[in-house]
Design a binder for this molecule. Structure first.
Ligand code: XBP
Length: 261
């Protein structure tokens, strides 16, 4: 089996359930701290996740509220304030240990390192938020683990625009590369696909279902070999998690003409 050249990780929803355990709670704390009666319950937040970017999400919500500032300029100012406050609460939650990495993530990262497969971050979250999560879980030298790190500030257009992936590919180097993205949400899958990057989908708690036809494989998470399409073998004894060999098997299956998930 040929090795992959790189694995590109999305952050929110893939590395951790950040939307459920971090961002939504932090947005509500920011509303409260600003003396606003606004609160996003899980149902509303799920709708709003169709908008990439925390500030953009705040503006999308304000566009539906009678009690939001009247002018666009004031709304932009308020969104900036609330977003900065939200990011502060988000970092606090991470420091408190409220946002765990998803199962199987560290193992697949270890496979990549021992297998000589480069890794990258391809996220349109703010750099400070990616940094808070990764530093907490991977240590102060976390950046050294990644050959490329592309975040929200690095792109003009967020997912589903392919810019984040196109930048990551450019930084990985020239030539046709064997790269797989790991995503959880339709916008991320669309971004990777539009950049020509095959995608593995690990479903997450808050986002709507991804169209399986867009993925080389789709499943419940890297912690569990069961429930994936295409299916993975499991003998009941060997480790239950998804390994780098599995990811490469899915990649080669599609390259060799097998149907997608
Ligand atoms: C996820 C996002 C982000 C987060 C909030 O991007 O859309 O907006 O919900 O983060 P990705 P910010 O899936 O590419 O990681 O507040 O930093 O925007």
């Amino acid at each position: 089996m040929n090795r992959l050249d790189a694995v590109l990780w999305d952050v929110d929803g893939v590395l951790a359930e950040t939307e459920r355990d971090g961002h939504r709670v932090a947005f509500n704390l920011a509303f409260e701290a600003a003396g606003l009666p606004w609160r996003w319950d899980e149902r509303r937040y799920r709708e709003l996740l169709g908008v990439s970017g925390g500030r953009e999400r705040l503006l999308a919500d304000m566009a539906t509220r009678a009690d939001a500032p009247a002018t666009a300029r004031d709304r932009v100012g308020l969104a900036r304030l609330l977003h900065a406050s939200k990011n502060g609460f988000y970092a606090q939650r991470i420091a408190l240990g409220a946002v765990a990495l998803r199962g199987g993530v560290l193992d697949l990262m270890a496979d990549c390192r021992s297998g000589g497969v480069r890794m990258g971050i391809a996220s349109t979250t703010s750099r400070a938020n990616a940094e808070a999560l990764l530093r907490h879980h991977l240590g102060t030298a976390w950046q050294r683990l990644f050959a490329v790190i592309v975040c929200g500030e690095d792109v003009r257009r967020k997912k589903p625009d392919p810019e984040v992936y196109l930048q990551a590919l450019r930084q990985l180097g020239a030539g046709p590369l064997r790269v797989v993205a790991i995503e959880d949400a339709p916008a991320g899958v669309a971004a990777a696909r539009a950049a020509g990057v095959p995608v593995l989908v690990t479903r997450s708690a808050c986002v709507p279902a991804v169209d399986a036809g867009d993925a080389i494989a789709i499943g419940p998470g890297l912690h569990d070999r069961r429930g994936w399409r295409p299916a993975l073998p499991w003998d009941g004894r060997s480790p239950l998690r998804v390994c780098l060999d599995d990811v490469e098997g899915w990649y080669d299956g599609v390259e060799n003409g097998a149907a997608r998930a």
